[in-house]
Structure formats: structure tokens, C-alpha cells
Design a protein around this ligand. Structure first.
Ligand SMILES: Nc1ncnc2c1ncn2[C@@H]1O[C@H](COP(=O)(O)OP(=O)(O)OP(=O)(O)O)[C@@H](O)[C@H]1O
Length: 571
């Protein structure tokens, strides 16, 4: 955070100058009081018109300094917070998949946490700077009026500063607890928005409403506790401030009775006392605020800003001429149960590979590893003998793509969704559309490539989404295309169609499929059969059938269930 503030040195300088001017103007108010009262009581000989002029000048100074201060503070605030939010998003996108925040954590960080930081850190810091100057200037002026009175204020002035600090830890804890509840709340709201159709379709509105009501209640309760405790801490602070103020007022009154100071000086001293006591109280409040957000700031630093994700050894440009080799690959999500267990395999460039196996045997995990989304595995994966960990991420992802069922659509045009904001020639785009089978879709919509798609616009069908993801991979000429059951949500005819498109590509294809179906599997050069994280068989379809091994069992079961379905259909 400090770094982001110091990035705007000029605005910071302006803000500091502004608060110094404001402090001087405010402190001058005490002198003005003294002048008016001493003139009124006859202690000072001054023309009334002069008094009027001083007051007018004072008002003008207040107006100018307040405007200057508020504008420069707002400009500093806007610039620092813009930078801070930008760097959070930059780091979020710069981190690898494993180290990133969840979407709810990110939304909550950028919305709620950032607002708290702005209010409790940045604004507190600026206001505290102003109070420190006001304190120093007032102290100086008060010294000139009466030294004993000043010393008395200096001794007793610490009461309202120190006492509230005793409650800071608890305040901090309550604020953090509240933030945790807000994160749960955001997550729930997101689930309601995203799961709208499931909620309505399965008639679970009441259950979800109950869940939301509990989460909402908990979030508001914890906000109430945090606000109430902050209020209690504030009350302690204000009461101790008053205690100190009245003791010093009595001391000032004593000096007037003794004739050591004039009435005007006493009024000025009272005003200056305010400018000493109030900043002391406020400074303690600002310090509490700043401390309560420092933990939030360090969490953001730890989770996002300091987490560089990609390692510095990733420097090599991606090249792929011969093969992709997996050597003794093992992986476990929890450091206990192996999801991938000692896999050895060589994928030849340009060939088409299908991966089959029961649900949960580790197929998707293997693709995630190949996609460099998981990096803490054992063993080695290399392309033409270069460890994939040494490839520069940008270069790697320009040539390796993963497509799966969940195709994210940006609320934007077809063109931007296919090109993903990169520039390609019209011819390239046209060819991509033809190859990925999107021509019919383009023709349906009058605006063609400029048709707006995504939530609230044209919503794409399952098949169109698959074709969109194929188009995204095709347009950047990917060399390795990983396919994670892209067609499992589609009907048989549509699935064949998409599989045909994928198999017609020049890239090396490694595709997970659930369909144990001759018409699909016969088109692959090799079928990898996975069981409990291992590749237990591999080869062409016919070889696997003849082997009568694990694949044959799966194949026979698939045929059996297909036959049963046809039987049921025929009855
Ligand atoms: N992020 C995760 N944390 C912990 N366990 C996980 C995680 N992701 C997957 N798993 C577990 O790892 C195992 C393998 O999952 P994976 O998704 O690779 O299987 P799969 O063969 O692709 O399954 P399916 O065919 O059903 O998609 C499963 O038991 C799954 O529950």
C-alpha cells in the first residue's frame, strides 16, 4: 500500500501542503477569538472595521484551503486506489492457477476489502497528518499564552490516546470476522445468480432462501458487533477526552482569576486546547483504523500481490517437433492419495489420442498437469526433451490449449469471443469459422461476427459453445489440443459432428471421452485406458478389444447398456 501511495509523490505533496494550510487557518481561529474578545473587553485597542476585515479574510482562507485540501485528497485517493485495484487484478492474472484466489475471494477483495482500506487506511492517514500539524501549531501558540497550562495539557493529553488502544485487538478481530462473513455472503449471492436455473428447476427456492437468510443474518450480525464495538471504543475515547478537557479548562480559569492571562487569551487557549485534544483523540482513532486494516493489507499482499506464481525458470520459447514425453508422473491433491500414479507415456506429434477410464480415475487431472495448471507433481513432462516447466507461460499457452464443457463466454461480439481480443486477418477468421463449423450459426444472426453473445444477449447452444472453444484454439494454430469431454453434454449426432471436427485438425489431440463407441474411438491413433491414476492399457481400438483386458470389460458393458436401451426403446 505504501508503495502505491509513494507512486503519487506529487499528489501526496499537494495533500500535505493542503493539510498544513488548513491547520494554520484553523489555528488562526483561536487568535481571531482572542483578538475579538480582547478588543471587546478593552484589553486591545482595535478599530471595529478592522475586526470585520479579519473575520472576512479568515472566511475566505477557510473556503480556499478546504477546497484545495478536499480536491487534492480526492485526487490522491482516486489515483492510489486505482493503482491498488489494478495491481490486484494484474497479480491475480499473473499468478498460476494453483495460487490464485477463488472468484468470491477476488470479488470480496476488490469490492469490500478495498473500500475498507480506502476508508480506514488512506483517509485515516490523510486526516491524521492534518491532525498532527494542527496539534503542533496549536501547541506552539498555546506555549506563547501560558507554559504551565500547556504542560498540563501535554501530561493529561495522553489519556484519550492510550485508553482506547486497550481495545484495538478486539476491534481488529471483529472486523476480520465481519470480512470473513462478507466473503461467504458474496459467494452465496454468486451461487444464487449462477445457479438460478437449477434452483428454479428443482424447486429449491425455499431451501436457498433459508440458507441466504442465515448467511445474511450472520453477516449483518457480525457487522453490527464490529460497528457496536467501534462505537464503544469511540465513546471511551470521547469520554476520556472530555475528562482531560475539563481539567485543563479549570486550570485556565484559575490563571484568569490569578490575572496571569486575559479573558481573550483564555478563550483562545480553550480553542487551542480543542485543537490539541481533538487531534489526540482522533489520532488514536485513526491509529486504530490503520492497525485494523494492516492485517487485511498483509493478507492481500500474501494471497495476491507477493504471490508471483510462475517461476523465474520459465523462459524458453515453446517448440514442438517430435514428441511429448511423460516420465514417472505421480500426483496427489492432498499429499496422501495418489490421483496420478507413475505414468509413463510418449505422445507423438500430430497423432490423435483418446483417454478413457471410469469417473474419478484421474483423466482431467492429467490434462490439468499437461496444461501447467498443476505444477507440484513428481516426475517429468517434456516436449522434445525440454521440461515443460521451463517454457514461458505465454509462449506455451499460445500453442497448447484446453477445451472443455464449461466454455466461458465474454459479454461481447462473436468476433471478440473467437479472437479473444487478439488481431487476426479477416481470411483467418473466416477459415476458422468454416473449420470449427460455426458458419451456420453466423448466418442465423444478421450481425454475423458483430453479434453480441453472452448473458443477456444471444445465448449459445451446447454445440455452439463447443465450436466456439474449438475456434479459439484453431485461430491461434495450437499444436497440442487437450479436450476434456467437450461433447459429453451433447446428443450423439452433434457429438459425432464435433468429434469429427476435432479429429480433422492438424494439431496433436489428446481427448478425454466418456463414449465407449466404435464410431468415435476407431478414429483415434491410440486409446489410453486409465484406472486408479495409472495407464493400464493402450493401443488401437481393435487391439484393445482383442486383448480382452480392462478396456474390453468397459466396452462390453457399454455395448450391453446400449443394447438394453435399444430393447427398452423397442418394447
Ligand atoms: N482440486 C481437487 N482437490 C482434491 N481432490 C480433487 C480435486 N480435483 C479432483 N480431485 C479428485 O481427484 C480424483 C480424480 O479426479 P479427475 O477429475 O482427474 O477424474 P476424472 O477421471 O477426470 O473424472 P471424471 O471422468 O468424472 O471427470 C477424484 O477422486 C477427484 O475427486
Amino acid at each position: 500500500m505504501k508503495k502505491h501511495i509513494l507512486n503519487h509523490k506529487f499528489l501526496l505533496f499537494l495533500s500535505i501542503i493542503a493539510v498544513i494550510i488548513i491547520s494554520l487557518v484553523e489555528a488562526y481561529q483561536a487568535i481571531l477569538f482572542q483578538t475579538v474578545i480582547d478588543t471587546a473587553t478593552g484589553t486591545l485597542q482595535l478599530e471595529f472595521s478592522n475586526l470585520f476585515l479579519y473575520v472576512m479574510l479568515f472566511l475566505l482562507a477557510v473556503f480556499i484551503s478546504e477546497t484545495f485540501s478536499k480536491t487534492s485528497n480526492a485526487a490522491l485517493n482516486a489515483s492510489v486506489m486505482k493503482d491498488y485495484k489494478q495491481s490486484i487484478i494484474n497479480s491475480f492474472l499473473g499468478n498460476n492457477n494453483q495460487s490464485r484466489l477463488t472468484s468470491s475471494e477476488l470479488i470480496s477483495t476488490l469490492d469490500n476489502d478495498v473500500k475498507i482500506i480506502e476508508n480506514n487506511y488512506l483517509n485515516s492517514l490523510i486526516s491524521m497528518t492534518k491532525d498532527i500539524f494542527l496539534f503542533i501549531i496549536s501547541l506552539f501558540l498555546l506555549f506563547r499564552i501560558n507554559v504551565t497550562l500547556t504542560l498540563s495539557i501535554l501530561v493529561l493529553g495522553w489519556i484519550p490516546v492510550v485508553v482506547p488502544q486497550l481495545f484495538t485487538k478486539k476491534n481488529q478481530l471483529l472486523k476480520e470476522r465481519y470480512l470473513g462473513k462478507v466473503e461467504v455472503f458474496v459467494n452465496q449471492v454468486k451461487e444464487i445468480a449462477q445457479g438460478f436455473e437449477v434452483i428454479k428447476g428443482f424447486n429449491i427456492e425455499n431451501k436457498i432462501l433459508n440458507k441466504f437468510s442465515n448467511i445474511n443474518e450472520e453477516a449483518e450480525q457480525s457487522k453490527f458487533k464490529s460497528d457496536a464495538f467501534t462505537g464503544f471504543q469511540g465513546a471511551i475515547s470521547i469520554s476520556s477526552g472530555f475528562l482531560m478537557f475539563f481539567i485543563n479548562l479549570l486550570v485556565a480559569a484559575y490563571f484568569v482569576i490569578q490575572g496571569d492571562i486575559t479573558l481573550g487569551q483564555m478563550i483562545a487557549a480553550v480553542q487551542l486546547m480543542n485543537y490539541i485534544v481533538n487531534p489526540l483523540i482522533s489520532i488514536s482513532k485513526y491509529l486504530t483504523n490503520i492497525r485494523s486494516v494492516t492485517r487485511i493489507i498483509s493478507t492481500i499482499n500474501e494471497k495476491v500481490l507477493d504471490n508471483k506464481g510462475e517461476s523465474s525458470q520459465e523462459t524458453k520459447e515453446f517448440t514442438f517437433d517430435r514428441n511429448l514425453r511423460i516420465n514417472e508422473l505421480s500426483y496427489s491433491y492432498n499429499n496422501r492419495d495418489k490421483v496420478i500414479s507413475n505414468i509413463n507415456y510418449i505422445f507423438e506429434k500430430g497423432k490423435k489420442y483418446a483417454i478413457v477410464g471410469e469417473s474419478g480415475c484421474g483423466k482431467s487431472t492429467l490434462l490439468k498437469i499437461l496444461m501447467k495448471q498443476i505444477n507440484d507433481y513428481q516426475g517429468q513432462i517434456s516436449i522434445d526433451d525440454i521440461n515443460i516447466k521451463s517454457f514461458d507461460a505465454k509462449s506455451y499457452y499460445s500453442k497448447v490449449a484446453l477445451i472443455h464443457q464449461n466454455v466461458f463466454v465474454f459479454k461481447d461480439t462473436f468476433k471478440n469471443n473467437i479472437c479473444l481480443y487478439n488481431e487476426f486477418s479477416d481470411e483467418k477468421i473466416k477459415n476458422t469459422i468454416i473449420q470449427s463449423g460455426l458458419t451456420k450459426t453466423m448466418n442465423i444472426h444478421n450481425a454475423g461476427l458483430d453479434t453480441l453473445v453472452g448473458e443477456g444477449h444471444v445465448e449459445l447452444s451446447g454445440g455452439e459453445l463447443n465450436r466456439l472453444s474449438i475456434a479459439r484454439a484453431l485461430i491461434k494454430d495450437v499444436e497440442i489440443l487437450l479436450v476434456d469431454e467437450a461433447t459429453s453434454a451433447l446428443d450423439k449426432v452433434m457429438a459425432y459432428d464435433i468429434e469429427k471436427t476435432i479429429l480433422g485438425l492438424d494439431s496433436t489431440i489428446i481427448a478425454i471421452t466418456h463414449r465407449i463407441d466404435d464410431n468415435i474411438l476407431k478414429n483415434y491413433d491410440e486409446i489410453l485406458v486409465m484406472k486408479d491414476g495409472e495407464i493400464v492399457e493402450s493401443g488401437k481400438l481393435q487391439k484393445l478389444i482383442t486383448n480382452k483386458g480392462y478396456f474390453y470389460d468397459m466396452y462390453s458393458n457399454a455395448l450391453l447398456s446400449l443394447g438394453e436401451k435399444e430393447l427398452v426403446g423397442g418394447v
